[in-house]
Design a protein around this ligand. Structure first.
Ligand SMILES: Nc1nc2c(c(=O)[nH]1)N(C=O)[C@@H](CNc1ccc(C(=O)N[C@@H](CCC(=O)O)C(=O)O)cc1)CN2
Ligand SMILES: Nc1ncnc2c1ncn2[C@@H]1O[C@H](COP(=O)(O)OP(=O)(O)OP(=O)(O)O)[C@@H](O)[C@H]1O
Length: 200
């Protein structure tokens, strides 16, 4: 294990605790965040298919957003684990669509068509002011964002509780920066830190 992955593992422990505390605050945050995602999409002129997620553990619920998008006739997709070390696949979802159990407590639409999303709504353990993200460590979203960005423009918006912000996350070369992180308090765009251009 490299020192950086050990650092990430430590950060994950603190992040799980902070997220669980934020989650105990109730369902209002998920509804507020959903409204801010729609604002962020409008501001970025982002349109097309939106991939979201079915929350596991203490992730902020994306369902209010998914229902709002469906109501606006915007196509919604859900991630599918294709294999270890592989980018995620995506299947179309509609409210009430039958689901099959997937790995790690996830659920996937049973018979949704496979699609390529234009907008990714990304769950996480933690984020920082530069919109770097810490996930569960599978590297699934990093590989997925890298692949989609290599093919064309894609918007990657993190969705999180404001309480999931951390001072500064450890960053590996493969870690993708998000275009924004949306919380119940609004939209956070990546902050350019003064020392970012310096080596080390
Ligand atoms: N709601 C949701 N759906 C999602 C993701 C996600 O983060 N959240 N994913 C984002 O990639 C993918 C699923 N990937 C996941 C990868 C690991 C774990 C997880 O719980 N890992 C365990 C370690 C398990 C093990 O190593 O055996 C852990 O963190 O304790 C969960 C989801 C696709 N769907
Ligand atoms: N595009 C990529 N190509 C090759 N390896 C990658 C890529 N992206 C990430 N990885 C590797 O995957 C492993 C896990 O990455 P990381 O710790 O960033 O996962 P994560 O972002 O927390 O997980 P997830 O995205 O699944 O929630 C790391 O060893 C990382 O180097």
């Amino acid at each position: 294990m490299t020192p950086l992955s050990a650092e990430k593992r430590l950060a994950r422990e603190g992040a799980l605790d902070a997220r669980a505390r934020a989650h105990a605050g109730g369902a209002g945050a998920a509804r507020q965040a959903a409204g801010h995602v729609l604002e962020a999409m409008n501001a970025a002129r982002a349109c097309g298919t939106v991939s979201a997620y079915l929350a596991i553990r203490s992730e902020i619920d994306a369902m209010p957003l998914m229902l709002a998008l469906s109501g606006l006739r915007i196509p919604v997709a859900l991630p599918v684990i294709v294999g270890r070390g592989q980018p995620l696949g995506f299947r179309l979802w509609t409210p009430g669509a039958p689901l099959d159990p997937g790995p790690f407590g996830t659920s996937v639409p049973r018979d949704g068509a496979e699609v390529e999303p234009d907008i990714l709504i990304v769950p996480m353990l933690a984020f920082d002011a530069r919109c770097h993200r810490l996930g569960y460590g599978g590297g699934f979203y990093d590989r997925t964002i890298a692949r989609l960005r290599s093919r064309g423009p894609v918007h990657a918006f993190g969705l999180a509780y404001a309480g999931q912000q951390m001072p500064r996350l450890p960053v590996e070369a493969t870690d993708m920066q998000l275009d924004a992180v949306v919380t119940e308090n609004g939209v956070i765009r990546p902050e350019q830190l003064a020392d970012e251009a310096l080596p080390g």
